[in-house]
Every structure is written in structure tokens, then in C-alpha cells.
Design a protein around this ligand. Structure first.
Ligand SMILES: Cc1cc2nc3c(=O)[nH]c(=O)nc-3n(C[C@H](O)[C@H](O)[C@H](O)COP(=O)(O)OP(=O)(O)OC[C@H]3O[C@@H](n4cnc5c(N)ncnc54)[C@H](O)[C@@H]3O)c2cc1C
Length: 451
């Protein structure tokens, strides 16, 4: 087993306390602008300011571990990437004393998940029956949640948040990753660390640079997302999955708005477009007649966002000095809307396992493997659960010329007391919910840095 070398023992050439513009040995660099005031080294570099990256950053800086969080964009705003906060995530927020700050933002609350076909409907998951302080899926723009986390992390001395900072290379010392180069405005900079975390999402660059192998499991769908004003009778504190002949809709209650996901077979978008936008709108209304009075608010293809659904996971999540978590380690389909909660649970597990090794400057592969082992079973389980949904519910709806009856097992479930709460529990918590081990903060609550 190897040990990642300490960030400060790398022999890099820049002055301490300032990020080094990359010099001769980095080919991609162009002329240097003034160096941003970022540190030359930290304990942990996290690539990606999504849910996985921000939760991990906060959990580590609370324990006195210095963190540079590098986000390629200039803010945290990503539309249609999931605005769900599951009970497991609310419980983690509660453990961090942040649940009330999130609830103060007045999120919507989805209390049940319905399966609907024509006039037939089944409450497949009833979150209000769960034994938790948060028996619902909170709905609010993801950017608001991420801003709460970033603000909290900024209270701690060792936190460095770098926007417009795109990680583009891994740096090595004796074959062990011990830093990155990151690019801003065409200039490359170096930063060293004991550990680099790839939390950079499903197209993860860190994963690619570390040459970690992703096994892809094809999913049979793409999704077109759009929003309309909330029509009466569509959903009420609910999420609904509605079947139609050859298509299906996901409906999410967003208060005065309704978020709609139109599911279509993989690569069927071209054919759909050829039929024209009016045909698309008619198809939406056919599946959900309650949309009729509001569908004209989507006026053309520019109002809908096409997102392809992928599914896959890494066979190995780590290499000496580098670990992937969240979508970088396992791409989740939107089925069940569980991607964010799994990303958060990875972050909690990683912080629980890696805080002591980072403090002792001894992040070895045993510790990195322990993170994968802790999270892999839960990930496999939920991806299996998602593929059951894809294969048995979504795919059959997409390939049918007639409106399908609701599946027999869905009809049966609410009548079997032992199984009745299983879908709600699985969606809300997964098989292995994670809890924060280090509840008390160790780092001085000074002020972090925004660069
Ligand atoms: C269509 C669709 C709908 C979804 N709906 C839901 C839902 O309703 N609920 C749900 O729970 N999940 C949903 N998901 C899944 C969810 O979006 C992901 O599982 C979740 O965002 C993963 O979080 P993450 O932090 O791992 O990655 P991400 O949220 O993808 O964050 C990665 C971040 O890394 C940044 N980045 C990328 N490359 C670099 C780089 N080189 N350097 C620095 N930064 C970089 C990106 O800008 C991004 O901010 C959906 C996914 C899709 C595709």
C-alpha cells in the first residue's frame, strides 16, 4: 500500500501562500495573468462544486482540514439537475445544524409518489409515513442548497472556494497523485494536496485523468424538461409518474409551477422534433389532460431542455492520492431522484473515513478503498432498483402503442403491510444512510476565502 505524500513535501517551485502559474513543464499554459490569491497547497483539493463536493468540503473544514474547492463555473446554478432534498440529506443537514436554515427558505414538500395511467392511480411511495423529522422530499433550486453549504464552509479558516477554476491535470510525486493543475482565463496554475477528490460529476475529468474504468449500463431513455404554471388537478404535494402510449411524464409539484419531464426512448429526440412542436404538446396533454390549459406556455423547443440519461459505476473508485465520489464514481439515472442523496452520502462516508488520515497525513489506499467499500453495496443496490424501474415500467410504457395498465406488483404493494413502506424508505434513505461522525467542529470558525 502506498501513502500519498504531504502537500508541502512536493518540491514545487512557487512562493508559499500563492498559487503558482504553471511553467515550462506544463504544456497547455499560455501567458500568465496575476496569480489569484489561492494557496499553493491544502490538505484536500475537491474538483467540482456540486452536492458531493460541497458537502465533503464543509465536513472536512469543520474538522480543521484545509480544502480547496474548485468549480469550473462562476456559480452553483445548474437548471434541471435535480432540485430534490431527500430525508437522508435533511437528516445530514440537521446534524450540521443547517436544516432550519434550509427550511427557512420555504422549500416545497413532496409527500408522496403516484403512478398514474389514465384514470387509474396508485400511491407507490408515501413519505409522510416515514419515521423522521423530515417525512417529505423538499424541493428547492439546487443553487439555494449549495449556497447555504458554501456560506457555512466559508466560516472556517481552511476553506478556499475557487470559481472559474477548471481542474485539467493531475500532478504526481513518485507515482502518487499529489495535486492538480487548474485553469482560469487561459492560464494554468498548480496546487498541491495530500488528496484529490473527483466530485466533478458524470463527465468527470478527474476520473478520466486517473484512468478509472466506468462500466456503463445503458438506460433506455432521454428526458425533456420544462416548466409551466401549476394547473389545477395535476399534482398536489406529489410527484407523479404518468404512463401514456409510447411516452411517459414525470410531474413534480414546484409550488406555483409544475416541473415536467417528458420521457422518450433513447435517441428518439430527432424523430420527435420532426413531428413538430404542436405534436409534442399534444402528446403531453394526452398523457396528462390537466396540462391542457397551461401547455401553451411552452412555446418552442428552446423552452425544453434535453438531458440524456446514463447509468454506470466505476469498478475502482480510487488510485493513490485520488478518489472519485458522487456521479464521478457512479452515474445515476433520474429514476427515483436519488442521485443527489447518494452524492451526499458518499461525501459523508468519505469525511467519516478520511478525516483522521488527513489529520495524520496518512491517506493511504486502505482508507480510500474503505470509502468505496462503504458505499459500493448501496450504490449497486440502488442502480439495480433503478434498472427495475427502467426495464419494467419506463421501457414498457415507451414501447407500447396503447396505454398500459399499472404493473401488477405496484397494485399489490400498498396492500402488503410489510412491503408497503419499502419504496418510500428506499427512495428516502437507501439501504445504508450515512450519518456525520464528527458532530462537533474542530476548526476555528474564522473566515474562509473566495477566489
Ligand atoms: C436529467 C437529470 C435529472 C436529474 N434529476 C435529479 C433529481 O431530481 N434528483 C436527484 O437527486 N438527482 C437527479 N439527477 C442526478 C443528479 O443531478 C446527480 O446525481 C447529482 O447532481 C450528482 O452530484 P455530484 O456532486 O456528484 O455532481 P454534479 O452535481 O454533477 O456536480 C459536479 C460539478 O463539477 C463541476 N465540474 C465539472 N468538471 C469540472 C472540472 N474539470 N473542474 C472543476 N469543476 C468541474 C461541474 O460544473 C459541477 O458543478 C438528475 C440527473 C439528470 C441527468
Amino acid at each position: 500500500m502506498t501513502t500519498a505524500s504531504a502537500a508541502t513535501s512536493t518540491g514545487s517551485t512557487h512562493a508559499p501562500g500563492a498559487t503558482a502559474p504553471v511553467s515550462a513543464h506544463t504544456p497547455a499554459s499560455s501567458s500568465s495573468t496575476a496569480a489569484p490569491s489561492a494557496p499553493a497547497s491544502v490538505d484536500c483539493i475537491i474538483a467540482g462544486g456540486g452536492p458531493a463536493g460541497l458537502f465533503l468540503a464543509l465536513l472536512l473544514v469543520r474538522q480543521g482540514i484545509s480544502v480547496a474547492l474548485m468549480e469550473a463555473h462562476g456559480d452553483f446554478d445548474r437548471d434541471f439537475r435535480g432540485d430534490t432534498i431527500h430525508p437522508s440529506t435533511m437528516e445530514v443537514l440537521d446534524e450540521l445544524d443547517l436544516a432550519d436554515a434550509v427550511l427557512a427558505l420555504d422549500p416545497g414538500k413532496v409527500r408522496s409518489l403516484m403512478l398514474v395511467s389514465g384514470t387509474e392511480s396508485i400511491r407507490i411511495a408515501d413519505f409522510s409515513r416515514l419515521k423522521t423529522r423530515f417525512p417529505y422530499i423538499a424541493m428547492m433550486p439546487q443553487v439555494q442548497l449549495l449556497n447555504v453549504l458554501a456560506r457555512e464552509a466559508t466560516r472556517f479558516e481552511g476553506f478556499h472556494l475557487l470559481f472559474h477554476a477548471s481542474v485539467n491535470r493531475l500532478l504526481y510525486h513518485n507515482g502518487i497523485v499529489n495535486g492538480v493543475t487548474w485553469r482560469r482565463n487561459g492560464t494554468d496554475y498548480e496546487m498541491r494536496a495530500q488528496l484529490v477528490i473527483g466530485a466533478d460529476g458524470r463527465a468527470s475529468r478527474v476520473r478520466r485523468l486517473a484512468e478509472l474504468e466506468m462500466v456503463k449500463t445503458a438506460a433506455p431513455m432521454d428526458v425533456l424538461w420544462f416548466r409551466v404554471p401549476q394547473p389545477p388537478g395535476a399534482v398536489d404535494e406529489q410527484a407523479a409518474f404518468r404512463f401514456g402510449p409510447g411516452s411517459a411524464l414525470v410531474l413534480l409539484d414546484r409550488g406555483d409551477q409544475l416541473q415536467v419531464g417528458y420521457i422518450l426512448a433513447r435517441k428518439a429526440y430527432g424523430a420527435l422534433r420532426q413531428k413538430g412542436f404542436d405534436a409534442f404538446r399534444r402528446s403531453c396533454v394526452e398523457v396528462c389532460p390537466a396540462l391542457a390549459p397551461v401547455i401553451d406556455n411552452v412555446t418552442g423547443w428552446k423552452d425544453v431542455a434535453l438531458l440524456s440519461v446514463e447509468c454506470g459505476r466505476l469498478t475502482t473508485w480510487h488510485k493513490p492520492g485520488v478518489l472519485c465520489i458522487g456521479d464521478a464514481a457512479h452515474i445515476m439515472s433520474p429514476a427515483g431522484g436519488i442521485g443527489i442523496s447518494y452524492a451526499v452520502q458518499d461525501a459523508v462516508a468519505a469525511a467519516n473515513i478520511l478525516t483522521e488520515p488527513l489529520r495524520d497525513r496518512n491517506v493511504n489506499e486502505i482508507a480510500l478503498l474503505a470509502v468505496q467499500q462503504r458505499r459500493e453495496k448501496a450504490t449497486r443496490f440502488i442502480q439495480k432498483f433503478q434498472s427495475v424501474i427502467h426495464d419494467n415500467i419506463v421501457a414498457s410504457a415507451l414501447h407500447s402503442r396503447h396505454r398500459l395498465p399499472l404493473p401488477w406488483f405496484a397494485r399489490l404493494l400498498p396492500h402488503i403491510p410489510l412491503l408497503r413502506d419499502m419504496p418510500a424508505r428506499t427512495i428516502a434513505f437507501g439501504p445504508q444512510p450515512e450519518h456525520v461522525h464528527h458532530l462537533r467542529t474542530r476548526g476555528p470558525a474564522g473566515s474562509g476565502h473566495l477566489t
